[in-house]
Design a protein around this ligand. Structure first.
Ligand SMILES: Cc1ncc(COP(=O)(O)O)c(C=O)c1O
Length: 558
């Protein structure tokens, strides 16, 4: 009797051990599939972020935080003051209104605070204040309140694909078409039928749902994947942005941890192994814009503390990666979601699916698809889009939204989708990569010839600026660019977005101004460098400063 009990105990113990070993192996596999940067470790990143103390440089340190000698610091200060004077006279009214509005607009306070690394923040914002107001657009230029006409490379966060003139006309026509109906919500205007047909054709998928924003479209796509697979977890790749909903933003920025999200390394066989071996994965989310900077977050100048930021788009390698991902997802019945809110319609008429030649199960779109108005869309296969079960009437997957399918938005979307069908629009896409690659190459050549330590990389009309010499002041370029008449978004030089109506002459004007801005910055000494200054030494200095301020907050030298 006791013999049998002992054997049973051994059996249970053995099974527990095997189970534990398996869990340990899985845990180890997951660790290997994470990118080694903080962006790859959401929880740790959040904890580290909470420990970083605020401190700032006083005027003396501001100009020589990299150890530059006094003559260089003086040149920088002279250049900075000239720029500050120019801002004060050229953008006076726009700056005044911005300061007034910032007192009550929390978003403005946030974007203002995150334009440059925080050590320089207050000095910069006092002397080179933000000027966010505009009152007109005209071709590829926007006008501020002081009458300055700036070349727009914000791309309206990517929503401006065909040029502002196109969207102005689309919104006007949409409003005229819906005048008789007005904002009636709930019932549909028939224009929606045509939209659905065109979206099915473009996406190659069977059904469509409408939402108010890209974030909501992603929420719904993930919810549907969880509902139909009855699995809990989503996979996103390190650094990828999918909107600001908690589950797709598990790290810094979200006060709560996301328990059902795996953040894996982009373009990695270890990530494929995890996806191929876990049973709890409902979906894999891909933002194809990551192809320009795999495993790195959206490049913002507020994190431009050194020159390690890089962009490089390798279409072939990214295509091979997407194919592998597709294969593993198919094998494991995992829903592959392409989040094309940013790149959809920008890289090809049929979006990233067409551009990379890989099909997804669900695709999200937004931004430009609204024809200038806010929108989010999910396209998917029949069986994944269904929101109820025929055999379990109480088991539903809810998705609502008061303003979903707003008639004005549907009409503006219709203008956009109809335009996509025209020979004129198709012609724009026919040679799109060559055009934007040539433009990037020609600008890089000019920068190289002028011995400026700056280069651009691009995924079609989406560009990012890299810096080629170790430096702590690269973020200053955004201010020189504005003084030359280029309008950047608050992210700064991390992302320049061109609309497709940029002519050769418009582009040449932007390139001239870009080179002039970089030359002025070079002449003012910001890119001074000593052999001992490396990206690593810069990071070490900053770490030391942080530790000092953390441990000795009062006595820490500025
Ligand atoms: C890939 C991607 N997904 C989702 C979103 C969120 O879209 P929205 O800002 O409309 O909520 C964005 C926004 O930039 C995005 O780039």
């Amino acid at each position: 009797m006791w013999m049998a009990a002992t054997l049973a105990l051994y059996g249970v113990g053995g099974a527990t051990l095997v189970g534990s070993l398996k869990r340990l192996r899985q845990r180890f596999g997951l660790s290997k599939a994470k990118h080694r940067s903080l962006a790859g470790h959401a929880r740790i990143a959040r904890r580290v972020a909470a420990l970083i103390p605020f401190y700032e440089y006083d005027e003396a340190r501001f100009f020589c935080s990299d150890g530059a000698p006094p003559d260089v610091a003086a040149r920088r200060q002279h250049g900075f003051e000239r720029l500050s004077g120019l801002y004060g006279s050229r953008f006076a009214e726009t700056i005044g209104k911005t300061a007034q509005a910032a007192e009550s607009i929390s978003d403005l306070q946030f974007t203002d605070a995150y334009r440059v690394p925080f050590q320089y923040r207050s000095y910069v914002s006092r002397r080179l204040p933000s000027a966010v107001f505009v009152e007109a657009s005209d071709g590829v230029r926007i006008s501020d309140l002081d009458g300055n006409r700036l070349y727009d490379v914000t791309g309206a966060y990517g929503a401006n694909l065909f040029g502002y003139e196109f969207y102005k006309a689309a919104i006007d026509r949409a409003a005229a078409r819906m005048r008789d109906l007005g904002p009636v919500l709930g019932p549909y205007h028939p224009v929606i039928i045509e939209n659905v047909e065109m979206l099915k054709e473009l996406s190659g998928l069977d059904e469509v749902s409408f939402h108010m924003s890209g974030t909501e479209a992603v929420m719904q796509a993930v919810r549907l994947a969880r509902y139909h697979t009855r699995r809990s977890h989503l996979v996103r790749f390190c650094g990828a942005y999918h909107g600001w909903w908690g589950d797709v933003q598990p790290g810094v920025g979200n006060p709560l941890p996301a328990h059902e999200t795996y953040t894996l390394r982009d373009m990695s066989p270890e990530a494929l192994r995890v996806i191929g071996s876990r049973r709890n994965i409902a979906c894999v989310l891909v933002n194809p814009l990551q192809a320009l900077h795999p495993n790195a977050s959206a490049p913002s100048d507020s994190s431009l503390i050194d020159s390690s930021r890089r962009g490089h788009f390798d279409k072939q390698a990214y295509t091979a990666w997407l194919r592998e991902l597709r294969r593993v997802c198919t094998e494991r019945n995992i829903v592959l979601i392409f989040d094309e809110v940013f790149v959809g319609f920008r890289v090809a008429v049929g979006g990233a699916q067409e551009y990379f030649g890989v099909r997804a199960d669900l695709v999200t779109y937004g931004k430009t698809l609204g024809g200038g108005l806010p929108v989010g869309v999910v396209c998917g296969r029949h069986h994944l889009m269904k929101r109820f079960r025929d055999d379990r009437p109480a088991d539903i997957c809810l998705a609502r939204g008061t303003f979903n399918s707003h008639p004005y938005v549907m009409a503006a979307m219709n203008e956009f989708l109809r335009h996509l069908q025209t020979p004129e629009a198709r012609a724009v896409y026919s040679d799109i990569d060559r055009l934007w690659n040539d433009r990037a190459r020609s600008l890089n050549e000019r920068l190289r010839q002028a011995r400026l330590p700056v280069a651009v990389s691009n995924l079609s009309s989406i560009w990012t600026v890299s810096y080629l010499r170790p430096c702590r002041y690269n973020w200053m370029l955004q201010y020189y660019l504005r003084s030359e008449g280029l309008a950047l978004s608050w992210i700064g030089t991390g992302r320049l977005i061109f609309s497709l109506d940029y002519t050769e002459a418009d582009f040449a004007a932007v390139a001239d101004r870009f080179v002039a801005a970089a030359k002025a910055m070079q002449e003012d000494g910001w890119w001074w460098s000593a052999p001992a200054l490396t990206d690593r030494s810069i990071k070490r200095t900053i770490l030391r400063e942080m530790l000092t301020h953390r441990l000795l907050p009062r006595s820490a030298a500025k």
